[in-house]
Design a binder for this molecule. Structure first.
Ligand code: FAD
Length: 380
């Protein structure tokens, strides 16, 4: 293993893996570091991929569950609204398998991989950074923070930090019984999930049952327990086997403004690249990391700091305006009666279009293909 790299990426979640394999394919020497021992452990996402990601990126077929086109939205009083898309809208990733597959692709492209290694700090002098890792010291021309929602790299690079979070917890089951086709069930309930939703994602093979909300407003473990007993009449878990528990922080303040400088940049949750409304971060991981790989390649090959200007959270953020407003509203409405009323309105034809738009619309992370000079569509 070398001690000097073009690019060092801290964090081998979806963002870090996507960026590492693309950079290595461009011929750069890349080091990928994660404190985890193996990537199929401690997964902290449900793994629901939306249609736009499935269309734009060729995710390995065997790392995805069966397609889902049905959504049921429940009000606090459990009145339901059925939404059906003409398309296959969602697929639940088999995330451990997907991370391992992408890691194989990284290794194949020449990435050096350091598992079970923590990033500690770095210092930058004259275009080179010295990075202190728990296993020793390396030097790098550029540092990428893909180290998640509470990024230490962001802090050390003097870039912006996420400030608004929700927390999500879920249990994953096999052999749960739910009548009808594979579906996503979303429950609006400010007690179980203040500021977000409780969910069941059932694709016929795996079932994820979870709650999310502002950490100051609920106890996630208790809420998950309550939720499980509240949905006993909807899903039969008596013969189901729990195979995993997952949990994590989700930044919902929108993509951060200041996410790059001449020493390093941020991708994925570290950049706040999560939809403030749906809390979906997987599409942004794929899209923003591909864009970052192009920007970094251009910067390192030309040495021109102007290349980094396109990588500005400010540019992306303007496209999030309506979702940021929706998040502000979601964070303030705590009365079940108001949510019940909102759900009743969604059953009216005019407003049901809005519900369809939220669940089946193509508006995930802004597509950066229309940024001048840079192209983000990358296929694996
Ligand atoms: C419960 C839950 C459910 C979710 N469900 C969905 C969903 O269904 N669909 C969707 O689109 N989004 C979902 N999200 C959001 C989505 O999972 C995230 O946005 C996405 O996984 C972020 O990926 P990432 O690579 O940026 O970060 P992470 O996946 O958090 O990866 C960061 C990596 O950095 C490593 N790391 C951190 N610090 C260090 C350090 N100091 N040294 C070395 N390594 C370090 C960690 O070990 C980790 O492997 C969910 C989030 C949660 C919490």
């Amino acid at each position: 293993m070398r001690t000097s790299y073009d690019v060092t990426i801290i964090g081998a979640g979806l963002a870090g893996l996507q960026c590492a394999r693309l950079l290595a394919r461009q011929g750069l020497n890349v080091l990928l570091v994660d404190r985890k021992n193996t990537l199929d452990q401690k997964v902290h996402t449900t793994g629901i991929f939306v249609r736009r990601t499935l269309v734009d990126f060729d995710l390995p077929e065997d790392c995805l569950g069966p397609p889902i086109k049905h959504v049921t939205l429940y009000s606090p009083a459990h009145r339901s609204l059925e939404l059906v898309s003409q398309h296959d809208e969602f697929r639940v990733g088999r995330m451990g398998q997907l991370y391992q597959r992408y890691l194989q692709q990284c290794l194949h492209a020449g990435v050096d991989w350091l598992p079970q290694t923590s990033y500690l700090s770095h210092s930058a002098i004259k275009g080179k950074s010295t990075v202190r890792l728990s296993s020793g010291v390396i030097t790098t021309r550029y540092l990428i923070g893909a180290d998640g929602a509470r990024s230490r790299v962001a802090r050390d690079l003097n870039l912006e930090l996420n400030r608004e979070f929700i927390v999500g917890v879920e249990s994953v089951f096999q052999s749960a019984v739910l009548a009808g086709p594979p579906r996503l069930l979303c429950f609006l309930d400010p007690k179980l999930a203040p500021g977000y939703i409780a969910w069941i994602a059932h694709d016929g093979e795996e079932t994820h049952l979870g709650v999310g909300g502002y950490p100051a407003l609920f106890d996630p473990a208790t809420a998950l327990q309550d939720f499980r007993s509240r949905v006993e009449n909807i899903i039969d878990l008596r013969k189901a086997k729990q195979i995993e528990s997952r949990a994590g922080f989700i930044p919902v303040g929108g993509v951060l403004r200041n996410i790059a400088n001449s020493t390093g940049l941020l991708i994925g949750d570290a950049a706040g690249a999560v939809s403030p409304l749906t809390a979906g971060g997987l599409d942004p991981c794929m899209r923003l990391s591909a864009f970052a790989a192009n920007v970094v390649t251009e910067y390192l090959s030309t040495g021109d700091v102007q290349a980094l200007q396109a990588y500005s959270g400010e540019l992306f953020r303007s496209r999030f305006a309506s979702r940021l407003w929706a998040r502000r509203i979601a964070s303030t409405i705590r009365q079940p009666q108001l949510i019940e009323l909102g759900c009743a309105l969604l059953r009216l034809p005019l407003f049901s279009r809005l519900a369809n738009h939220v669940f089946f619309g193509r508006g995930s992370f802004p597509d950066v293909t229309d940024q001048p000079t840079l192209v983000c569509r990358q296929h694996s």
